[in-house]
Design a protein around this ligand. Structure first.
Ligand SMILES: Nc1c(NC[C@H](O)[C@H](O)[C@H](O)CO)[nH]c(=O)[nH]c1=O
Ligand SMILES: CC(=O)[C@@H](O)COP(=O)(O)O
Length: 160
């Protein structure tokens, strides 16, 4: 079902595993920071609501979504989290660059999930317009940062 038909951020806290002793990395891109700051706020708030303390949440910034892949790889190596959340906002411009950035970050994060012993969550918005991105980062369709944090917490169950 398309996002436009749902609210990204609806979840039942009782469905979450105990994450009070888990460590979470968040790598967030600076491109479109009006959007990515909203994603980050949603993700951090969701982790903290579930009992994850600030000292167990590691937040790094990278320039653009394409750099999320390298940032996540280094986060895994240096911080040894139980899960990593990659947050970005790619908004289509005049050229095909959008397609290459989106495919690059998608393929890169997919590869990390096969190479690393921890889940790397794809919290990257890929929108045709700024309005679509605003709607999905704390607007009328919720916040993909919340969704990504919920996914990260649930995925920690696979590596107790
Ligand atoms: N146009 C957007 C970009 N472009 C920059 C790339 O992500 C990358 O930083 C550059 O190609 C150098 O490697 N990044 C976004 O995150 N969002 C965009 O809309
Ligand atoms: C996703 C992008 O890289 C894009 O914003 C760049 O814009 P343009 O295609 O007009 O150069």
């Amino acid at each position: 079902m398309a996002t436009s038909q749902t609210h990204l951020s609806a979840y039942n806290p009782e469905d979450l595993p105990d994450v009070t002793n888990k460590r979470f990395g968040i790598v967030v891109s600076q491109w479109n920071d009006e959007i990515t700051n909203g994603l980050l706020a949603g993700a951090v708030e969701t982790l903290q609501k579930a009992g994850v303390t600030e000292d167990r949440i590691f937040i790094w910034e990278v320039p653009g979504s394409f750099e999320l892949v390298y940032g996540c790889a280094q986060m895994a190596k240096q911080k040894a989290p139980d899960a990593i959340i990659a947050l970005g906002s790619v908004i289509r411009g005049e050229t095909a660059h959008f397609d290459f950035v989106c495919s690059g970050v998608t393929q890169g994060i997919t590869q990390l999930n096969t190479q690393l012993d921890l889940p790397v969550i794809f919290g990257v918005l890929t929108d045709d317009t700024l309005q679509q991105a605003q709607d999905r980062s704390g607007g009328r369709h919720g916040n993909k940062g919340i969704e990504a944090a919920v996914t990260a917490m649930k995925m920690t169950s696979f590596n107790p």
